[in-house]
Design a protein. Structure first.
Length: 276
């Protein structure tokens, strides 16, 4: 019986999505940040979790998660868009429950039935599927969108609730989608590597009876390496109740986030990324 259980756990580790709650991005998955430099502490919430999002034994992006608000602060990834199917399976993060649990994104069903973890225990430090049911005017908004990845495994890795916020449905399907799918294509022309950080500013409203924060703003910043001598950057911000996206310089976004978060000057990228 024990051998069978060990084989099941091993199979789970080999085939399901892997995520690790780590102590720092610099030492665990720095490759998703320009010059391997994550944003500074100006964005850090009171109860943070640093997650290296991994699927089928490969890292795909990094997420700073707010356990108290039950939303990501930001997700950081490398822009590599491509065609393909949109996944339908949603996953949660066992290591937000306890470091003793697997380093694997899992379905709620798997945690409930294979690991005998109660739904109440899963829900204590993260959002669950039930939190996003019966929403009015909102839907599940990816920070790191699946369409910015070029194969099924990388898109599947984005379907974790640790990469999701309650987003205005008109914004998510309208101006924000236009930015993700059209503006990014134009802006990244000539880029060899584009580093992206997409974040959410906590707001005063909640869904799921106060469990999950509805962000007041969504924002995105990109640092594009054209060649050794040329780096360019851009940024956007959107209020999460209007179907509008405002284009900014990186410096303007950092100054805006400094005011909105109120935790000191925000720096999203290494200083070599231009602010103007």
């Amino acid at each position: 019986m024990l051998r069978l259980l060990l084989l099941q756990v091993l199979a789970s580790c080999l085939w399901l999505g892997h995520s690790e709650v780590v102590k720092s991005f610099e030492t665990s998955c720095p490759q998703f940040f320009f010059r391997e430099t994550p944003p500074n502490e100006g964005l850090e919430p009171q109860n943070p979790a640093w997650i290296c999002q991994r699927y089928k034994n490969q890292y795909y992006f990094a997420t700073l998660y707010d356990r108290q608000m039950r939303i990501p602060v930001y997700s950081a990834y490398i822009y590599q868009p491509g065609p393909g199917k949109r996944p339908k399976t949603w996953l949660v993060e066992p290591q937000l429950i306890s470091p003793a649990y697997p380093k694997t994104m899992e379905k709620e069903w798997t945690l409930l039935n294979r690991y005998n973890i109660s739904l109440e225990k899963i829900s204590q430090s993260q959002a669950i599927l039930h939190d996003y049911k019966n929403l009015t005017g909102l839907n599940r908004g990816h920070l790191n969108p699946n369409g910015h990845h070029d194969d099924y495994s990388s898109r599947m890795a984005t379907f974790t609730l640790t990469n999701i916020v309650p987003q205005d449905e008109k914004l998510n399907g309208g101006a924000w989608n236009n930015y993700e799918q059209q503006t990014m294509i134009r802006r990244t022309q000539g880029c060899k590597t584009t580093y992206v950080i997409v974040g959410a500013v906590p707001g005063n409203n909640y869904i799921a009876k106060g469990r999950v924060n509805k962000p007041s703003y969504l924002w995105s910043a990109a640092c594009c390496v054209v060649d050794n001598n040329y780096i360019k950057a851009w940024a956007v911000i959107a209020e999460n109740d209007k179907n509008q996206v405002q284009l900014l310089t990186l410096g303007e976004l950092e100054d805006t986030l400094t005011e909105l978060y109120g935790r000191g000057q925000v720096f999203l990228f290494d200083s070599d990324c231009p602010r103007e």
